[in-house]
Design a protein around this ligand. Structure first.
Ligand SMILES: NC(=O)c1ccc[n+]([C@@H]2O[C@H](COP(=O)([O-])OP(=O)(O)OC[C@H]3O[C@@H](n4cnc5c(N)ncnc54)[C@H](OP(=O)(O)O)[C@@H]3O)[C@@H](O)[C@H]2O)c1
Length: 261
C-alpha cells in the first residue's frame, strides 16, 4: 500500500450497492439512509421505531425495512438472515445507532451506565459479531461504525457516553487490523456536533453544529474516498486533534477554560 493510497476500498459508485443502516429512523442515520437511496444504493433501514423507518424509506423501491432492537442479539441475527436471503449478500453494514445521556460523577448509577453501554457498545459489537462470518465468506464488503469525537479524550458531562465512544474507536481500529487483510473495508466515523434528537437536549452552545444532512454528505464522501477515519466538520475536529496531543496538565486546563466546567 502506497503512502497516499486510501486505507480502505472506495465505496462507489452507489447504484446497486447493498447497504444495511442500523439507526436509520432519525438524525444522522435517517439522513444517511436517505442520501444513500438518493444516490442509487439499495438500503435496509433498521431501528426500533418502524413507523419512522417507513417514513424515511418513503415508499422507495430500493428500500427494505427491518425493525429491531440491536441490544437483542437474536433480533440482529434474524434481520441479517433475512437481508442475506433477500439480497444474496451485503456490501456495507453501517452502524449508526446510539444514545446519549449527560452524566457527571455525582449522578452516576450502574443501571444508567449499563443501559447506555448496551446501546453504544454492546449493540455495535453484537452486530459486528453477527455479520463478520458472512462478509468473510463473501470475501468483500465493509463495516462502518459511527463513534464520536467525544471518544478522543475524557470530557466533562460525557462520563459514560465518552467511555463508550472511546471503546468503539479502539474496537474499530482493532477490527481494521483483522479485516483489512481479508479484503474487507472498516471505516470509523467520528462526527462533531450534529443537530438531531440526540443533541436537542444539550444545555450548552454546541460549537460548529451542523445538520444531519450535512453529516450524511460527509459520511458518503468519506466512504467514497476510502478514508479509515471519517471525521467532520474539519474546522472543529482539527482543534480536537490538537487537544489530543496535549499533556494532561494543558489538556485539563484547556477543556476547563472552554467548557467552564
Ligand atoms: N448528534 C451528534 O452531535 C453526534 C455526534 C457524534 C456522534 N454521534 C453519534 O451518531 C449516532 C446517531 O446519533 P444521532 O445524533 O443521529 O441520534 P438520534 O437521532 O437519536 O438517532 C439514534 C438512532 O439510533 C437508533 N437506536 C437507538 N437505540 C436503538 C436500539 N436499541 N436498537 C436499534 N436502534 C436504536 C434510534 O432509533 P429508535 O429509537 O427508533 O430505535 C435512531 O435511529 C449515535 O451513535 C451518536 O452517538 C452523534
Amino acid at each position: 500500500m502506497g503512502l497516499f493510497s486510501p486505507l480502505n476500498p472506495r465505496l462507489a459508485p452507489w447504484p446497486g450497492l447493498r447497504v444495511w443502516v442500523i439507526g436509520a429512523s432519525t438524525g444522522i442515520g435517517a439522513a444517511t439512509a436517505g442520501a444513500l437511496l438518493a444516490a442509487g444504493a439499495r438500503v435496509t433501514l433498521s431501528a426500533r421505531s418502524s413507523d419512522k423507518l417507513v417514513s424515511v424509506a418513503h415508499g422507495h423501491a430500493r428500500a427494505r425495512i427491518e425493525a429491531l432492537d440491536f441490544t437483542k442479539t437474536d433480533e440482529i441475527r434474524a434481520a441479517w438472515g433475512r437481508i442475506l436471503q433477500a439480497w444474496g449478500g451485503c456490501d456495507l453494514v453501517l452502524v449508526v445507532a446510539g444514545t446519549h445521556k449527560q452524566m457527571r460523577a455525582w449522578e452516576l448509577t450502574a443501571a444508567d451506565a449499563d443501559a447506555l453501554l448496551a446501546v453504544n457498545l454492546h449493540g455495535p459489537i453484537a452486530t459486528v459479531a453477527t455479520v463478520v462470518p458472512a462478509l468473510l465468506a463473501q470475501g468483500n464488503g465493509a463495516i462502518a461504525i459511527v463513534s464520536s469525537v467525544a471518544g478522543y479524550r475524557g470530557l466533562p458531562k460525557a462520563l459514560i457516553y465518552g467511555a463508550s465512544k472511546a471503546a468503539l474507536i479502539n474496537f474499530t481500529e482493532a477490527l481494521y487490523f483483522d479485516l483489512h487483510p481479508q479484503g474487507l473495508g472498516v471505516y470509523l466515523i467520528n462526527p462533531g456536533f450534529v443537530a438531531t434528537p440526540l443533541t436537542a437536549g444539550n444545555d450548552f452552545t454546541m460549537p460548529h453544529l451542523i445538520t444531519a444532512e450535512a453529516a450524511a454528505l460527509e459520511i458518503l464522501r468519506g466512504l467514497e474516498r476510502g478514508d479509515f477515519e471519517i471525521h467532520f466538520p474539519r474546522a472543529f475536529t482539527r482543534q480536537l486533534k490538537l487537544l489530543q496531543l496535549l499533556p494532561y496538565r494543558l489538556y485539563f486546563a484547556a477543556v476547563r477554560k472552554a467548557t467552564r466546567l
